[in-house]
Each structure stands twice: as structure tokens, then as C-alpha cells.
Design a protein around this ligand. Sequence first.
Ligand SMILES: [Zn+2]
Ligand SMILES: [Zn+2]
Length: 918
Amino acid sequence: MGKKELATLFGSDYERYYKVNLFEKKGFKRQKCGKCTKFFWSLKERDFCPDHEYYSFIGKPPTNKRLDYVNTWKEIEFFFKSNNHSIIRRYPVVCRWRDDLYFTIASIVDFQRIMENKVVFELPSNPLLVPQMSLRFNDIENVGLTGRHYTGFCMIGQTCNADADGGYWKDRCIELDYELLTSRLGIQSHEIVFVEDVWLGAGAFGYSLEYYVNGLELGNAVFTEFEGNENSYHVMDNKIIDMGAGLERLSWITMGTPTSYDCAFGPIVQRLVDRLGIISNSEIMSRYFTAISGRLSEQINDINTLKPLIAKSLGISRDELSKIMSPFEAIYTIADHTRTLLFAIADGALPSNVGGGYNLRVILRRAISILEKMGWNIKLEDVTDLHIDYLKQMYPELEEHTDDVRTILRIESDRYVGSNERMHAIATSIKNANRQLSVDDLIRMYESDGITPDFLERVGAIDRIPSTFYTRLADLHTEQNIAQTHKQTYSLAGIAPTKALYYEDMSMREFSAKIIRIIDGRNIILDQTAFYPRGGGQEPDTGVMGGIEVIEVIKQADIIIHKLQNRSNFVEGQTIDASVSNRRRESITKHHTATHILNSSARNTLGSWVWQNSAFKEEDYGRLDITHHSALNKEEIWNIERKANVVVRQNLPVVINTYSRGNAEQHYTFRIYQGGVVPSNSVRIVNINNWDIEACGGTHVRKTGDIGIIKIVKSERIQDGVIRLEFVAGEAALKYIQRQDSQLTSISQSLGSSREKVVESLQKMIYETETTKKKIKTVLRKISPHIASSISNSARLIPKGNIKIYSIYDEELDEDYHIAIGEKSIELDPYLIYVALISRDQGLRVIVFAGEHARKKIHAGIIAKQLSIELGGSGRGNERFGQGGGRFRDKIGDSLKSIQELVVKEFSRTESGGKRDE
Ligand SMILES: [Zn+2]
Ligand SMILES: [Zn+2]
């Protein structure tokens, strides 16, 4: 069932679905829009719904209060608080609790959890109100231009579970919203229009009433009543009200400024205008944005096509209009982009070229490009400071992240500037080639070289930015790639969940259990098990079951499957003894707890943007991938390691408790989701004495001291924004240190030095080797004329044309020697061909020189190629010098003999005037 069918369904019984008490009480009449045929409710008779209306509030707000952004929120907060709503702090804009979304895109997302592909609603209070910052990147082009589009906006969520304590349904909801508009804001009731609509979500749907004032949609109250799909649906047990209203718009309607940006960013727009000395023309701007409001629609979404029309209607030229508007459009866009970056970075996201970070880097680069285009000397981090200063009244947590946000913006801006030279070179080549670039070309250029079209426009490589560029780009990276879930390999219908003994008693290694099912003789399902199955980055236990080795343990849904080394003759129903390898479990467990400790020490050392990206816990090592902007230096690695080992030495208790998901999130924040979302409503929290608190299903030590030691053995940047730490813990760390130690011993022995002086001795040896090499070169230079003359004398003369060949297979001397001697020999004897086959570790090296006369008959490169082919390799070169290699040592004798033949053959060919193909 699509939206259209739903609209018909609900519209056919509007008395039940749309008509609320308020409409009856106040006399709102249901009418049909003469343009789009939608139904709406208003006091006055109207021909059309407000979708086709100009913003008549610009310049003359219909409210009795003028409220800036923060004060609008305070007014609304006060109203709902006095009407028994709990006021909830905003959730992070980085949506850690759902793996199908990178960012929180609406207030209702806060309370949605996905379980078995179905959305469930979990409200921390009922009813509630939340000022939820929401990020959307699907309309970047229009941001800063239309007066109302944003990449980040505050959605005020009035949310309610109708069937739980304190809940209400549509009558009360609309009554509250109406009262807010009329009695709190002083809007006349005849200015308010409610439009009927429908809402369709994942596994649930409902009907909605959008409310408009003077042409501006202020809010949308969604009544999620049904669960299911088109074929079968039923009324939900817990019906949900999801009323979302844009704070930017509510403030705007009270201020009547030309754009919502003028009030939504508090004093920031004006500060930038003053600082840059921009002259505004508020009369033109008001008329301009009023005109846009009536014309911008789903049909005409590209503002650039509207501009000439509007300029005409304002009676000014396109140029005059753009002279007035461009600086404001730039300021609005920068204010929006910096505010979005502020919230995202403060909540732990990093601009990058992958995942959700992608769109952050897009808007960051766009903002810098705009600053460059306008020639403004403003730093993004200075604008975010202004935002923090204003927004801290509403979002005090932002202030804690001032430094982190500055750090990330500075690093990213430097990166952009660092690539400037390359970008200019590419732009120049486009200009020179006089190429027309398509949107796809531009997207490729952004993806491969980070070049924004704003930059290309500024340097004159393109005429204008295609209006769909940013939207197309954002579309490519909006959908979160959900990790491929493990293939369900066995059909396990009717089998009861396996009792997980490893949770009940983490020290249990021996147990007996009943065999429930045997699949293919090798895969055993028990009623209970102490074997920890592969999962959450933790490798599985191994051990023995009824005398046969258990080599793999996996979990499918709630059922644990043990894979045996060999087929067994176990029978279903029998009770069997099993034991888990203690050594392996202990070591994996230490690596697991060490992962948690390192994660927090990395965050402590590097910054609040550090999150676990993924982790892997094996018997002999562990791996932790963290989000961070740059590769780590030695000092940073050592600091992370040092802090982690302090935690180990403090011997802190590791406490594991299970909480309801809502409680865990409220109490410990979304930081618990380091290992990803938890798809159940109870959450196992592993708390290392408040140093690190994570939701985790793995096995852990009781006290951090049990780990013994944590040693980072490797760190590398594995992708943009992700650093991998490899480490060893406990016994594995001791083994690692012992191995290092014995290597050191053997190095010092080879050097004939003591361990204490090994570095000194090594440096001395390197120095001596260099000196010896230099000496050898000098000696070679001095003696090469003598050797060369003896070579010339001992070379074989080929009867024809006076050519001489010298060939040698050398197992002792190297390439450097033969190049020096070969060069000297042909210099001394222009009729000479010098061929050396040199023995190397993995094979043979071929070196060929041809003297000045000799090369008229045959080229060195041809000989090198031919020989190398015979030796099972390849070679090439020019007339004077050729080189190559091969690996057939048994062909050495033959190939040396073949040189003369080859030369003679080549000889007669050139004599007869033949030409080679090459
Ligand atoms: Zn309409
Ligand atoms: Zn864990």
C-alpha cells in the first residue's frame, strides 16, 4: 500500500482519523485544495491549501512576541513542561543506536530501536519533549539560498505513547499545539491551517496533520496507529504520537525576518555582516524571499532557475540582485555548515572520505571554498566558537568540546589547503583542454581529488555549479552499509535456545550437557554449553567433547553450534562431558578486556572523537581499530600504552551487570555502543570502574591486574579516519617480549657486542659498511682500466666484422662491479660486446654492454632480452646497455654458448638489410 492508497483509506473515514475535538469546538471546516486536491481544515473559507501560498509573515509576524532562537525554545519548553511533559536532553546527532543510519535525522529516531528488522519505540518518559538537532544532507544546494533549508536543524519532538501512563492521543495533541500557537505566541486562530497527510514507516504507518501559519509549515503531528503492511495490519498496542516542529521556523514566524537564518543562528549572521562590512538591503531581501516562498515547490526545486524571474518581478537586474544576495547566501551557508560540523564533531564524528564522515567533509570543503570565493579571511573554528557561545544556553554540553572541534576543523582545513596546489594544476588542465564537465565528471573529481565545484567555479574552470551536484554526492553516501550478517547455514526450527553457561560462571571449563541435535555427524547442539561462540570480534573457544576436539563454535540466533574435528558416533539425547581449553579462553579474555582499556586510554590520549571502529580478540593477539584523524606518532602510542598499563596496575574491578536498554542509555549515555548497537532490550554493561563502560557480550577478567601487561606492537592508518592498534596482553605479551629479547641477543652476538651497546655497535657497523663501499668504488675506478684491457685481450673474435664477445658467469662479484667494468671495457674497445650473468639470491641477473662499433651490428638490449628469455625471465635495454634476469640456473652454460650464434645470426640479417619487427 502506497501513500496514495493510504490517503484514500484515511480520507474516506476522516471523521475517525482527522477530525479532532478542537475542529468541532472551534468550527474548523474541512475543505479540498483546488490545486493539489489535498484536504485541509481552517476557520476561513479558502480555495487552496497553504502549500501554494506566499510567506506573508515576512516583515509582519503574526505573533505578539518576538523570540530569538533560544528564547523560542524556552517559551515552548515552558509551555510543555507546564502541561506535564518531561523535557529530555537532545540525543547525539551521530545515531549510535541504529546501524541503518549515520545521523539522527528526526526527533522520533531518538526513540526508535530496530529489533528483527522491525522498529520498536522506547520512550524514556511519557509524554516528553526533546529539542533534537537533526542532520540531513539531501538538499545541500538549497541551504543558505531558500531561507529555510538546512543541513542541521532542531526538530522539537513532542512524543507520546498513547497507551502508556500519562499518554494522550490526537485530540490532546492538536489541542496542545493549537494552544501553543494561539495563547503562548498570540497567533490568531484563523491564521492556522491543518492539512491532512499520511505517514508510512518501516513496519508501521499512520495519519498526520501538518499545521501552517501564513504559508509556513510549522509542525507535523503524526499519529502512528497501525502496525504491519498493506496486506495485513492491526492497531498497535502502543500507539505513538510523533509531532515534529522546526525550531528554526517557529522562531522565524515570531520574528518575520527575510530568512529563518537571520534568527536561527542568533547573533552570528549579524556579527559576520558587521565584521565583513556587508551592506544589506532588507527591503529587497524581504521581497526576494517572499517571492521565493511562493514559487519554490517540489516542481521547481532549483532556485537558480527562479532567480532571473524574481529579479524581474523586483524590477532590478540579475546582477544587482546577486550583488545584494551573494554575500548573504555565503554567510547563511557558512553559518549552517559550521553549526552542523559543530554538533557532529562534538558528538564524536570525524570528517573523512568514508561512511557518515563523508558528508561532513563535503560541507566542510564547501564552506572553505565559499570563504575563498568571497575572499573572506574567516576561520571555520572561529564561527563554531560563536555558535557555541550562543547555543550553550540551550546545549551546555557543546562548550566541553570547544577545543576538540577547533582541533578537527584546523586539521581538516589544513588538509584542504595542502591539496590546493594539486587542485590548481588540475583546474588549469581543464581550462586548457576547454573541457565541458558533466555532473558525473565533477563527482569523480570530488571523490578522487577532493575538488569542489565551488573551487572550479572560482578559478574559472566551470561556469556554474550544477544545481544537483551536492544532492547527488550526498545521495551516494547517505545509506549506511549494514554489515553483511552472518549467513544462516543451518535450519534449526524447533530447537530451544542453548543455555549459555559461560555467562553464568565465566570460570567454568568442565561441564556435561545433553546432545539436542547432531548435524552431518560433526555439528553438535547441546542444551547448555560453556563454549563461548564466535561473536562481537571475540574468537571462539576450542576444547574437547567426548574425546573429540571442538574446532569451531558459532551462534545462530540463540542456538550455539559446536563443530568437531572428526565425525563422531554420538547420539542425540546422550549426555556428554566436555572441556573448554583454559589457556586459550584465558588469553582471549585478557585481550578482550585489554581492548576496552585501550579504547578509553586512546580517547583519553587523543581526543573525544576516538570511538571503537571494530575489534578482534584472538588467543595470541588483539586488534583495536579506532576513529582518529591522523596516523599516530611514537609518543602518542606510548602514552596510550602507558595509561592502559596504569589501569592494569591499579587492579580495578571489572563489573558486569545487565540493564534495560533505556536505563543503560540514559545512565551511561551512547558511549556504551562502542561495539555497535545492541539488538535486544536488555543490555550487558561491562564497567571497568568507570574508566571504560561498554555494552558487550564478551568474556572479561575480574580485575584489570589479571591482564598483567598490555603492549602495543603495531599501529597503522588503515583507512581515512581509522587507526589500527595491534597489541598483546598477558602471557602473549610476555612471549612477545621474550621473542624480542632473544632477537636482540642474537643481533648483539652477531655484532660481537654486548646487549647494552647493541645500537652503538650497529651504527658503527653501518658506518663501516658505507666506508668500505666507498673504498671499493675508488679501488674499482683505479683498477678498471687494467681489467678492461685484459678483457679486451681475452675476448673471442667473431670472424665477421671484427666484433669481439666477452661473456662471464659470476658467482662472486656483484652488479656494481660488472657495470663499472663493462662500461670501461667498451670505452676501451669499441668492437667489444660485454655480457655478464650474475648470480643472485633468487635467480640470475643479466648485464650487457655493446661498444660503439659493435652496436652498429647488434644492440645490447636485444642480446639482454634474448638471454633473459632463455633463462626464463625478461629483459630490455637500448643499443648500448641492456639488462634483465631469469631463474633457470641449469641454462647458464647453454645461454652463454648461444650468445655467439645470436650475434652471428643478427649480423647476417643486418648485412642483408633485413629489419627487425621491434
Ligand atoms: Zn494544495
Ligand atoms: Zn567488548
